[in-house]
Write a protein that binds this ligand. Sequence first.
Ligand code: B4P
Length: 190
Amino acid sequence: MSKLNLVLFGPPGAGKGTQSAFLIQKYGLVHLSTGDILRAEKDAGTELGLMAQEIMGRGDLVSDDIVISMIRNKIEAHLDAKGFIFDGFPRTKAQAEALDGMLSAKNEPIVVMLALEVPEEELVKRLLGRGAVSGRADDQNESVIRNRIHKYETETAPLKDYYGAQGKFKGINGVGGVEEITARLVAAIG
Ligand code: B4P
């Protein structure tokens, strides 16, 4: 059976992490969140984590080389997975091309890119809300949040065209209740 490799896409605060939790359960997938991996490195106090902490604190993107090699290691560590949810990766064209290279070498391509669509003011509201309870530094400062959204618009959103050209892009309304949005994603996976 072919693998269900999904890209869960969207701006910061769109609900990628929230929805991944449901989809990994439903489909038995392995969750690969570059944000989670980077935060785990930071908490472990590794050299990579300390370097990433500064970049993430500004709301900038960590370098392509670093996140690509992190993802490569994780894919190699789960060769028997039924499929992967890529959450927060790829975020640049270089990352998307590297991912295609890794997966096509195994003949297990991305099946679909599900792009959660949420207006900017709702994103800022959600992230400030999380920042008030989670202690995540990048969610506590509105100018850092707006910088993350700006990076998304300039560097990441063009990937909709990249996957669109492969016939794999599906836009999903990301406003509404969490369960309602899960149902939209499940319907889009088909
Ligand atoms: P990420 O960890 O990917 O964080 P994120 O974009 O903020 O999204 P997340 O998935 O956590 O939030 P969600 O929308 O689920 O990235 C953090 C940083 O890491 C980046 O800025 C960058 O520096 C670095 N990084 C990560 N990947 C990288 C890469 N590939 N390349 C380079 N750098 C990289 O949820 C947000 C909030 O909304 C939550 O509080 C949630 O409860 C709430 N929410 C969710 N759904 C909702 C709904 N339907 N209604 C109301 N609220 C909802």
